[in-house]
Design a protein around this ligand. Sequence first.
Ligand code: NAD
Ligand code: UFG
Length: 338
Amino acid sequence: MNVLVTGGTGYIGSHTCIQLIEAGLTPIIIDNLYNSKQSVLSRIEQVSGTRPLFIQADVRDKDALKKVMLEHQIEAVIHFAGLKAVGESVEKPLEYYDNNVNGTLVLIDAMRESGVKRLIFSSSATVYGDPASVPITEDFPTSATNPYGRSKLIVEECLTDFQHANPDWSITLLRYFNPVGSHPSGMLGEDPQGIPNNLMPFVAQVAVGRREFVSVFGNDYPTKDGTGVRDYIHVMDLADGHLAALKHVGPKAGLHIYNLGTGNGYSVLDMIQAFEKACGKPIPHQFAPRRSGDIAECWADPSKAQQDLHWQATRNLEEMTADGWRWQSANPQGYPDT
Ligand code: NAD
Ligand code: UFG
């Protein structure tokens, strides 16, 4: 089965490609390399024994998409490509709506014209806004507090309308919680360009000496230690969630929505402590004011995915941090340029 993976050289996409190959599927990647490097392909090959076919193109380029879909008899699309930095989205909303919303509309149009009717979309727990309670189930109300989150919400709504009008399509919205860690080989991992926005890549860069200390944004939240609590999920579990979705609901027409999380919440201090254990050294950190737009706590009720997709996260916090450290220590500057 040939699967088109948009954004497949990125963090989650590259790990998913490895799991697809391991399962005997054939990923074909489209990425414009805006936030990733082509050297990721050699790493996928070293780990899996297969170098995926790669087309450097933008998801807003309909002709390029159609050409790939028709030439390679694509049966399903996993759509990771997009921009994901919350802060940047406030500064550059148009870029976010263009890449994330317009990019998805162009993709759907290209799929329609090529006769491909199965889509898995990378959504986010950010669509739950500031949830009234935890754990979060898929029927919680949705809202957005920044252009990035709104772009995900708009895409979810567009895809919902589209699926209702085209009931023979299978569209799956996967709402990821907080992906962390890396492939256990240490060959692939998260390689943010510039200053990391997210907690764990920042912690890893402090551990490897690229940055001096971690700023802990807020220690006065109503949580067990005052710092923010999130549902961190190993990126390999997340990758497996895509395979499970392809297998169990991919062939079924309908609109399918799933949380991909572990159901556990860890605080910022828990995560720093776990990483200290993994790397065997202290991670200097300082308390700083709350980051605007952050919520106190957020974790998933993943039971719907467990029931329907026969999937659940199996890798614990120790594996998340040990694998994250293996990647960062072996690749202190991230992926090579070529
Ligand atoms: P990433 O930036 O590592 O990967 C995205 C890839 O898409 C990159 O390789 C980038 O070059 C490519 N891309 C961006 N715009 C493109 C375009 N217009 N055309 C073609 N390629 C384009 O990000 P990631 O962490 O792997 O995230 C993948 C998806 O999952 C994104 O849609 C993101 O919003 C979503 N998501 C991520 C997280 C997270 O914390 N990492 C959480 C929830 C949802
Ligand atoms: N944090 C710090 N210091 C940092 C970075 C983050 O203390 O340098 C804290 C945050 O305040 C928060 C926690 O660490 O309490 C996690 O923050 P992240 O930025 O790693 O993750 P978020 O939960 O804010 O958001 C992430 C992605 C979103 C996605 C969401 C899904 O960035 O795109 O997870 O739950 F939508």
